[in-house]
Design a protein around this ligand. Structure first.
Ligand SMILES: NC(=O)c1ccc[n+]([C@@H]2O[C@H](COP(=O)([O-])OP(=O)(O)OC[C@H]3O[C@@H](n4cnc5c(N)ncnc54)[C@H](OP(=O)(O)O)[C@@H]3O)[C@@H](O)[C@H]2O)c1
Length: 345
């Protein structure tokens, strides 16, 4: 029987998770929530996803019908028909929802805007799928932490030890955000280390990692500049690291000079050219000619599509929590095959 999935918060991440879940043959969307009958409801109607109100308030629920949308009830009604809820509410808002999910007796997944301390467990497909099998709730880590895990976990698995320093060059806002900045400044995160590196240790505590971050006036992607110290006797070369990543799931490695894809703008154009829905790129993009292993020190750049790299991870996390697939690679293969049916030209 298909896993019944509720999406609480149908915004940037919620609408993407809904479609990725809908594409799978072992799960189905039983409803999505909106706070009010506004932007986003039409998309849910077109997709045939039942709309529920974020609140149980009768007045707020009836406002949907007044605007011409069928509303199936409040959050409690949605939780009553679901096996699991994916909370895609804005960062730091979700904590208040946890008690509601526990009262409803269903499993829950939060996003990276919430603290690990609140969920007490975090998730990325490659780092700790198995530890999340059959648990009640977890947090899919942020887009940056997911990106770091994708390339660092295979390296750690080969080396058995890894020390990392990295700088996150962060997009200022998502393309749909109209109230964030900076628009003409570079804004350092004046908390050192930034939370991104240490957050990797919530899914892979064995990796020693610190990060700094700056926000820059772009909306397209984040870019990471990474320096990793490998242990003596690592046995790797620049080429074998590149091959390792090419053979790891959800990483694209391309040569910037040869392809002409040398900036995040071109990476995003590439994603649109190959027909990805919303122009998304679920994979982490590594520039082959930006990778250099010098003795024990590995240098590389990678680009992260912030709105979409966590989407397939949410699908894998659902399978982990529901205990329907304990092999992370099998889940990743299933998730990505289903998504690619709607994704590629
Ligand atoms: N955007 C990214 O790049 C990105 C990447 C990785 C992780 N994340 C994380 O994913 C989560 C969602 O971010 P987002 O970018 O998708 O935010 P978003 O675009 O602002 O969407 C959040 C949605 O939550 C709804 N909402 C507001 N208050 C709510 C509540 N109390 N309970 C449930 N839903 C509520 C809003 O509904 P209405 O529209 O109906 O008002 C909105 O559609 C955050 O934790 C964020 O840190 C975001």
């Amino acid at each position: 029987m298909a896993i019944k999935v509720a999406i609480n918060g149908y915004g940037t991440i919620g609408k993407r998770v809904a479609d990725a879940v809908d594409a799978q043959n072992d799960m189905e969307i039983v409803g999505v929530t909106k706070t009010r009958p506004a932007f986003g409801c039409d998309l849910a109607v077109r997709k045939n996803y039942p709309i529920y109100c974020t609140y149980d308030d009768a007045e707020k629920i009836s406002a949907f019908a007044e605007s011409g949308y069928e509303c199936h009830g409040g959050l409690s009604d949605l939780l009553a028909v679901a096996d699991i809820v994916v909370d895609c509410s804005p960062g730091k808002v979700g904590a208040a929802n946890k008690a509601k999910y526990e009262a409803a007796g269903i499993k829950w997944i939060f996003q990276g805007g919430e603290k690990h301390a609140m969920t007490e467990r975090s998730y990325t497909s490659s780092a700790n799928h198995m530890e999340n099998v059959n648990v009640n709730g977890t947090r899919v880590v942020s887009c940056n932490t997911t990106g770091l895990s994708r390339t660092l976990v295979p390296l750690y698995n080969h080396c058995g030890q890894l020390k990392v320093e990295c700088t996150m060059i962060r997009r200022a806002a998502d393309p749909g955000d109209s109230n964030k900045g900076p628009i003409n400044a570079i804004k350092p995160v004046l908390q050192v280390p930034s939370h991104h590196g240490p957050d990797v240790m919530t899914v892979k505590p064995e990796i020693e990692i610190n990060s700094m971050a700056v926000a820059v006036p772009t909306t397209l992607m984040h870019c990471h500049s990474i320096v990793a110290t490998l242990p003596e006797g690592h046995g790797l070369t620049t080429n074998s690291v590149i091959e390792m990543w090419k053979n790891s799931p959800r990483i694209i490695v391309m040569n910037g000079a040869q392809t002409g894809i040398s900036t995040t703008a071109e990476v995003m154009e590439f994603a649109r050219d190959i027909g990805r829905k919303w122009g998304d790129l679920h994979e982490i993009f590594v520039w082959e000619d930006g990778v250099k292993l010098d003795g024990n020190t590995l240098y590389y750049f990678q680009a992260i599509h912030q709105e979409s790299d966590v989407i397939p991870e949410n699908v894998d996390a659902i399978r982990a929590l529901m205990g329907t697939e304990s092999d992370w690679k099998a889940s990743v293969a299933k998730t990505d095959a289903a998504i690619s049916r709607y994704n590629n030209l």
